[in-house]
Design a protein around this ligand. Structure first.
Ligand SMILES: Cc1cc2nc3c(=O)[nH]c(=O)nc-3n(C[C@H](O)[C@H](O)[C@H](O)COP(=O)(O)O)c2cc1C
Length: 348
């Protein structure tokens, strides 16, 4: 196992074993107002949406987490099976490992065996900026083909890159690279943060490109600084333990990101709300604030390590919780969620 494979394995192991969440989950600050007279029947609630031209039966994306080392194939397979059963979207983790070692491609491409309505390929922006234009377009083509993706996510993860010892904190010409890809690649590109969030200023920069959507990947859920803290602890590396601890809660809360990105883009670009979503109630809260779909990573990792059935059971519970929430706020379609009364912030 090379260094990249080992690191990916460690990330998953640590995320499963330790508490790598931010200290505060900001979805707890979002309160939907109960409707005592919903005037609809719960069994008429329709959970389906259209996203990037695809029909999803739930407004949910399984966020990209893994691939690139042997055991990750099983995790991606269980997630893919559940995504197909529930007809939700699914991303894979950064596919760089498979570009470097073709043998690892099947840890990602396993998801092609399942009828998933929306598949999202993934590559880190910090790697792409090291390639020339020809390589960027060629490699983007390879990773999209690897999983037969509908959309390519360019991942921004500069918190992780600056904390992890092997990190590549190369952010120069990132925006120009995203802009070029969005105009020349010929497939939809989304920009995805991975736990530190997208601000209004960054959304204003991104809206000048031709990207098709933004996964705000905000703070409040998995903290990569926390993951790196535990990696450093295992290695007895005091230098990185310190940084991991200091930046544990760094980032913009996911609910704030939705509001800021929505305002910056006039609510014209699809927004995926990832970061701290734990259940169907959190999914509903994200949609009430204006997101088009919610993304979930960590909450699905443990079930996915186990088996397909456990992963499906988790998605079933999320669907049920979303349905109950929609009933209790009196809306029978996902589009109507944006009309629901909400309080965000400290309650008076
Ligand atoms: C073990 C693990 C590995 C991840 N790897 C990637 C990755 O390779 N690329 C990426 O864009 N995001 C990656 N993420 C970030 C998730 O997609 C997501 O943005 C983040 O975990 C926040 O969602 P959560 O709070 O539901 O976990 C990873 C998350 C976890 C837990």
């Amino acid at each position: 196992m090379n260094q990249t494979e080992e690191r990916k394995r460690e990330h998953v192991q640590i995320a499963l074993k330790e508490n790598v969440s931010a200290h505060h989950n900001f979805w707890d600050d979002v309160h939907l107002i109960h409707n005592a007279l919903p005037e609809i029947n719960e069994n008429e609630v329709n959970l389906s949406i259209q996203l990037f031209g695809k029909k999803l039966k739930l407004p949910l994306i399984i966020s990209g987490m893994t691939g690139g080392y042997s055991e990750s194939r099983k995790i991606n397979e269980h997630l893919a099976a559940a995504a197909a059963t529930f007809q939700v979207g699914m991303g894979v983790g950064s596919q760089r490992a498979a570009l470097e070692n073709q043998k690892l491609a099947e840890t990602y491409s396993i998801i092609k065996d399942y009828d998933i309505p929306l598949k999202i390929a993934n590559i880190g922006a910090s790697q792409m900026v090291l390639w020339d234009k020809k390589n960027i377009l060629e490699n983007a083509g390879k990773i999209v083909e690897m999983i037969d993706a509908d959309v390519l996510a360019v991942c921004l993860n500069f918190l992780q890159e600056s904390i992890q010892p092997e990190g590549e904190a190369n952010a120069k010409s990132c925006l120009a690279t995203i802009d070029m890809l969005s105009r020349e690649f010929g497939r939809p590109i989304i920009v995805k943060e991975s736990g530190a969030g997208i601000s209004r200023k960054v959304a204003n920069q991104l809206k000048k490109t031709k990207i098709s959507g933004i996964d705000v990947g905000g703070a409040g859920g998995t903290s990569f600084s926390a993951v790196e803290y535990y990696r450093a602890k295992i290695k007895g590396d005091a230098y990185n333990i310190r940084a991991g601890k200091t930046f544990w809660d760094w980032g913009i809360p996911t609910p704030t990101c939705i509001l800021e990105v929505g305002k910056a883009t006039n609510w014209e670009l699809p927004i995926i709300a990832t970061g701290g979503i734990r259940n169907g109630l959190d999914v509903a809260k994200a949609l009430v604030l204006g997101a088009n779909a919610a993304g979930m990573a960590h909450s699905l990792l443990k079930p996915a390590l186990k088996d397909k059935k456990t992963t499906e059971l988790e998605l079933d519970m999320i669907a049920r919780e979303l349905r109950i929430t929609m009933f209790l706020v009196g809306v029978d379609s996902v589009e109507k969620l944006s009309t629901v009364e909400v309080k965000y912030g400290l309650t008076e």
